[in-house]
Ligand binder design. Structure first.
Ligand SMILES: Nc1ncnc2c1ncn2[C@@H]1O[C@H](COP(=O)(O)OP(=O)(O)O)[C@@H](O)[C@H]1O
Ligand SMILES: [Mg+2]
Length: 301
């Protein structure tokens, strides 16, 4: 594990949205590390801070406090101009609503060429075809966007996100407006890109089915990382076994870990607290017993 290169490092990351009459603490000291070449998902209820986190990592907005390093850069230290370069060269973005990136009356090729033109890229024709092939859209490249299915449109959006050759691909609810089958196909595109280009990919989703298909899932609760789900067997291992004809039991199962931060804080799932009738913002007894730490409701007087 020690030779892993860190691509994203958030430490005690805080984001406060301020307006005239209110303050929202969207990230409350979030810790997260993503290694280079990792494909991971972030899950959490609506309003838990997923998009905020992605926007901070993508440089679309600035965090309030904490540490945030991406691809070796300290995002807190970048000035406006450096931030623009960072957005241009380091990250690619995919959103749920792809209309944000695409023009319906242009073809797949034309949409991609448009972006390559803006980026003043060389050899636009070859690069366009390369990108189209990467996302598996060669057969549809001369179709207008309006003629494509939701999944195909999303593939085009992914191709565009890859146009500047980013080191990280960030996707915010990329399968939010398509059916289950299409969602699974879109995930396959991400998996292929991760595998072939060794691209680091972070997908925000509330689709549990999607989340169960990546090696690591980080769960956010109230602007903080609460637990992680790690796959028992990685996809690479599983693929290898499949190819060599080994048939093993279903290994798609994930193990859940609660996250403990450097101050020793752990978030205990609400269901567990409810089960023992322990209220939040109160006291519990914490004891050590052999190799276990036990949390108990307070004794009744
Ligand atoms: N631009 C903003 N101004 C004020 N509050 C915001 C803004 N963006 C998000 N929030 C608030 O921050 C919290 C986290 O939001 P968000 O990151 O969008 O959550 P998620 O993507 O998990 O649904 C929510 O309470 C939301 O209302
Ligand atoms: Mg969101």
């Amino acid at each position: 594990m020690s030779e892993e290169i860190k691509m994203i490092e958030c430490e005690n990351l805080i984001k406060i949205y301020k307006s005239l009459d209110s303050e929202v603490v969207a990230l409350q000291g979030l810790d997260l590390t993503v290694n280079k070449g990792e494909l991971m998902a972030i899950i959490g209820n609506s309003g838990s801070g997923k998009s905020t986190l992605l926007n901070m990592i993508g440089g679309l907005d600035r965090a309030t406090a904490g540490k945030l390093y991406v691809d070796g850069k300290d995002l807190f230290l970048l000035n406006e101009k450096e931030m623009i370069d960072y957005k241009r060269n380091t990250v690619g973005f995919v959103w749920q609503n792809n209309a944000r990136n695409l023009i319906p009356y242009l073809t797949v090729s034309e949409n991609i060429q448009l972006v390559l033109n803006i980026g003043k890229q060389k050899d636009i024709k070859n690069r366009t075809n390369e990108l189209i092939e990467l996302v598996g859209l060669s057969r549809r490249k001369n179709n207008c966007l309006s003629e494509l299915s939701g999944g195909e449109q999303q593939r085009t959006a992914i191709a565009i996100a890859l146009a500047n050759n980013p080191s990280i691909l960030l996707a915010d609810e990329p399968t939010g407006s398509v059916d289950t089958k299409t969602a699974s196909q879109i995930l396959d595109v991400f998996r292929e890109l991760n595998h072939e280009l060794k691209l680091t990919i972070v997908i925000v989703t509330h689709d549990r089915a999607i989340a169960s298909k990546v090696d690591r899932v980080a769960a956010i609760r109230d602007g903080r990382l609460s637990s992680e789900f790690i796959r028992k067997k990685s996809y690479a291992e599983e693929l290898k076994e499949l190819k060599s004809g080994i048939i093993s039991e279903d290994s798609s199962e994930q193990i859940e870990y609660a996250v403990i931060d450097k101050f020793g804080r752990v978030q205990i799932p609400n269901e567990y607290l409810d089960e023992l009738n322990i209220k939040g913002n109160s006291k519990v007894k914490v004891e050590i017993l052999n190799d276990k730490i036990i949390v108990l409701p307070p004794e009744k007087k």
